[in-house]
Design a protein around this ligand. Sequence first.
Ligand code: UD1
Length: 418
Amino acid sequence: MDQLIIDGGRPLRGSVRMSGSKNAALPILIATLLTDEPCTVDNVPVLLRDLRTTFRLLESLGKSVEISGSQVRVTAHGSLKTQAPYEIVKQMRASVLAAGPLLARFGLVRVPIPGGCAIGLRPIDIHLKGFAALGAREIADSGDIILSAPRLRAGRVRFKFPSVGATEHLMMAAAAVPGATVIENAAREPEIEDLAVFLGRLGAKVRGAGTARIEVRGERTLHGAVHAVIPDRIETGTFMLAAAAATGRLTLLGAEPRHLKAVTAKMRAAGAKIDESAGSMTVSMSGRPRPVAIATAPHPGFPTDLQAPWLAWMCRASGRSRVTETVFENRFLHAAELRRMGAHIAVTGSEALVSGIERLSGAPIMASDIRAGAALLVAGLAAGGRTTISRVYHIDRGYERVEVKLRGAGARIRRVKA
Ligand code: UD1
């Protein structure tokens, strides 16, 4: 198993190119199940493990997937299957999104119910309530869920919480259902807007994506499309925080400043200088940050996926700060690893209180999920001495060639086989 070895304390400099968004690419690729015509999706972070899993999912359901650089072409290859294998769903929860398009097209689908994961229980009750509102019946059978509806009908759905996955799932299904489906209290993340653009290209009419009320007017038959995925705002935010923590001046090429407003505002409050232009962002920082409190929230709030790297930065703030996690139940697993590097963090329920110290010190530490892994990277780059991160496969789920990109920015980081 791979490890990342970082000799920290070196400022980051120069520029790094950001990849396409993992969380936008996943639903968009799964939405190709809505059509039998070929689809071409560009700017896909094809090296990520979750993308590999998505390709295997599509192939297991009967699609052909061809990859050329960061372009992915998905074509039909006989008729589609309506049963997703457990072996794939257990590796990636987002696989469950295949249920909606298949249910809408074929009236019946069987998918394994995804289990919990390190950061929380992550049920799919909001998705299922949505399908029930469109007329689907559900039966649980040996760990699977069977959804049936000879014909889904357009309807009105109001979510109890703006779940990203449930919003995407319902939008995809509704795209293949004639009539107007309305989703209220919908998630407003940029990835939802990107999916809406893609569904529009397939032939559905989507209005209101990016607001809390989305209307989808579907078509029974959708056609092929060509689309380029938006830049990865979470990768960008992670590199912004890495540059701030390690200090220096780093330009992120291919970044979209509009998607990172909450993060930029908080980083500026903590003392980072951030210059924005069309398609790039530059972060400059010297010394320790001021302590600034954050609370995660659905978009446009501070993204939960950047809570862990933010916490890593605050470990060296010039005072005490508070981090509140409101989206997931158990998302402070990185705190224990950061303590091994000398951080002072007290976690109580959904809150972490950080008392900043002058400098973290390198240590052997372990990633527990994608974003906790990102926090350890940020901490390792800022720390004095050597940090060895194990369970790097978690980081590889969300960051393409992370050590190559960071080396390009002047970091001393290498990957070794342990
Ligand atoms: C997506 C992102 C993930 C991000 C999260 C929140 C992808 C592939 N993943 O995950 O990186 O951290 O949004 O921004 O895009 N919930 C329920 N019932 C449901 C669905 C969700 O209770 O049916 C709860 C979850 O347990 C969690 C919260 O709602 O506590 C947020 O989940 P959701 O917005 O659905 O996140 P995902 O789509 O799983």
